[in-house]
Design a protein around this ligand. Sequence first.
Ligand code: AOF
Ligand code: ZN
Length: 375
Amino acid sequence: ARPERSKAEQESLDRRFMAAALRLSRKNAGRTSTNPSVGTLIVRDDGDGPKIVGTGVTAVGGRPHAETEALAEAGELARDATAYVTLEPCAHHGSTPPCANALVNAGVARVVGAASDPDPRVSGRGYAILRAADVEVVEKVLAAEAAEQMAGYLIRSLKKRPEVILKLALSSDGRIGREGEGQVAITGEIARREVYLMRAEADAILVGIGTALEDDPALTVRLPGLENRSPARIVLDRQIRLPETSKLVSGIDRVPLYVAACLEADPHRRAALERVGVRFIGTETHEGGVALPELLEDLAALGMASVLVEGGAKVARTFLAEGLVDRIVLFQGPEAIGAGGVASPVDANHIPAGFRKLRDMRFGEDSYAEWVRDI
Ligand code: AOF
Ligand code: ZN
């Protein structure tokens, strides 16, 4: 028998365990695609306070699901327990039976969920299976936090495009570089490592051809232990100007490189890049450039749930103008660039309408802030 608690006590307990389940779910973030990384806690209370008897996270690669892992750990202790799941348990038969049925069969008495699953094979059916078996279901506990953490999965499911994260590094006077000068160091080492982590959790990094030509970046993750976590790189290159000698091309045997161009671009250039292994994505021409909605749709179809847009100013401005940005991340360094600097298309005092600030913090001498808009 479960101990009696006031409604307020139970709600506060549910929020605490859900917060823990959400933190747990971050463990495999970026490594479960196209599945979201879900967290599950099995908690039971035999009168001496709630205890976690099983934990699970969606496995790398997307299977097994979190619930299966947590139930396996809990074994018989799952009977009459509460399961905290950051996503509605699935209702479809994949390589294993539905997680909703697994929870029922294990004798779980209560399921507390955060995000609802928009997957048409689930979409309310997971909770319905539980309720039909007399399992008590509480939905939408810390739902906003869960949606923010699973934004890539939710946006890809609902909008058929990846989540677009716009990341910019600004000088103290709001510039992102010097005209025609290539990379300018704006932020310090700690911020740079944070960017590597962001890259490791994204499915792709995107830059414009201007940045690719000026900076010759590799766009990889260079952090001890995470060297193999570099996501695909994408260059917006409407006329296919990227040289075969660029670092982006030379890294191709380790990390995929996509060139997104207009379909009418020079077929010889396309053939030259494809010969060395570059993958080509062509779109109609939209206002003289690549049609971004069409490109994003293609990326989602390739399984990508999040794209980190890293530069430069023109690319950032275009994504913002077309309303295609879901998250804005700004790093700001302590030094000024001054006249001749390239103005950032966005800064902390000019965030587009509809975004809300999620957090701000410091990385060494640099400040950091992040804004999201509702999905
Ligand atoms: C869960 N627990 O940990 C995850 C779920 O390809 P499949 O069979 O793995 O199905 C993918 C779908 O499973 C995905 O779209 C989403 O609906 C659900 N993800 N469900 O019960 C989990 N990762
Ligand atoms: Zn499942």
